[in-house]
Design a protein. Structure first.
Length: 345
């Protein structure tokens, strides 16, 4: 017959004491002598006792778990970010239940529903590229479940969010290349319905206008956030006629798609066309020539988001609704040449 789980009652019978005594001994209660605590510890180890943490935590109305929803784990950006969330939560004795939406709104909704049923203490959510309906998040709010968006967010429904300062990062990067002599700049944009797509596109257009450069609507190509989206955008751009000097890609995966399409068409980077992407300094070196990036540190964002959510769970902030912008910096690598260096005197 299969042996069942060892309970506190089993230990109590073995020692001929009450279950309350065993429970207090295991918790290190001051009512119990050091000798009894030692006996209970020894017997519990011998018998293979494992405490029912779920039941104990539910009795305290806390599970010490956080539900995390990310769009994709094939994208190294989200892998780094998730790894940082796990580490930061662990430092504060919280466990992670990780789910992946696969960039689908329906999957994201199912994941969040399941996490709520599992009674997580809070939710960390990066929206899928399809998500437009905030209903499931309003439901989480009604259930009094703390929720923090990160990277991609609904920015106007009352929850806290941690996002990159794309307006400033885009402006500073484009200002540098424009001052270096670039004027014909295209943008491979994400979906305008997503916060990052909108913020990056708006800042691209605003910066060009502020520098007296007309915005060419044919050079703003909307699409997704994957390699194939960058490839298709480049093909569409090339078919439209005149090519720009430079492409600003919505992320490093879209930039990689542009690299592949440029190589297939016989165009050289950076001699024939330059490419910039939003990304992470470590992954920028994975391609050749090294990608110039508006640098975003996913580990830093993960730490901030995890700690903000746990603070809200523990009511250290008093309320939700925090708006945190994470800084970016432009790293001019080999995918964009410096025009000013070619001037001969």
């Amino acid at each position: 017959m299969k042996k069942g789980l060892v309970t506190q009652e089993d230990i109590a019978r073995k020692l001929k004491v009450s279950r309350i005594t065993v429970s207090k001994a295991l918790r290190g209660h001051t009512d119990i002598s050091a000798e009894m605590k030692k006996k209970v510890k020894e017997i519990s180890e011998q018998m293979g006792y494992s405490p029912n943490l779920i039941a104990a935590r539910l009795s305290m109305r806390k599970t010490y778990t956080i539900g995390v929803v990310v769009p994709d784990l094939e994208n190294s950006f989200f892998s780094y970010l998730t790894d940082s969330i796990i580490d930061s939560a662990g430092e504060r004795d919280y466990n992670i239940i990780l789910t992946v939406s696969r960039e689908r709104e329906d999957t994201e909704k199912k994941n969040i529903t399941n996490l709520i049923v599992m009674r997580v203490d809070g939710l960390l959510v990066c929206l899928s590229q399809q998500t437009t309906d905030p209903a499931i998040f309003h439901y989480a709010g009604k259930m009094n479940i703390p929720l923090v968006f990160f990277d991609r967010a609904f920015m106007d429904i009352g929850f806290s969010y941690v996002i990159f300062d794309d307006k400033k990062g885009t402006r500073e990067a484009l200002t540098q290349v424009i001052e270096n002599g670039y004027r014909d700049i295209a943008h491979f944009a994400g979906y305008s319905a997503t916060s990052i797509g909108k913020e990056r596109r708006d800042s691209y257009k605003k910066t060009l206008k502020s520098k007296g450069i007309p915005v060419n609507s044919n050079w703003i190509i909307e699409g997704g956030y994957e390699i194939e989206d960058g490839y298709k955008a480049f093909e569409k751009l090339k078919a439209s006629g005149k090519m720009p000097e430079l492409i600003l890609a919505v992320n490093d995966r879209v930039a990689l798609g542009a690299y592949r399409a440029a190589g297939k068409s016989g165009m050289r980077i950076p001699d024939d066309i330059g490419i910039i992407g939003y990304g992470f300094s470590e992954t920028a070196q994975f391609v050749s020539p090294a990608l110039s990036i508006i640098n975003q540190d996913p580990r830093h964002m993960g730490r901030i988001a995890a700690n903000l959510l746990i603070d809200e769970i523990m009511e250290r902030n008093g309320s939700s609704g925090s708006k945190i912008l994470v800084g970016e910096d432009f790293q001019w690598n080999a995918s964009v040449k410096r025009i000013e260096q070619e001037i001969k005197y």
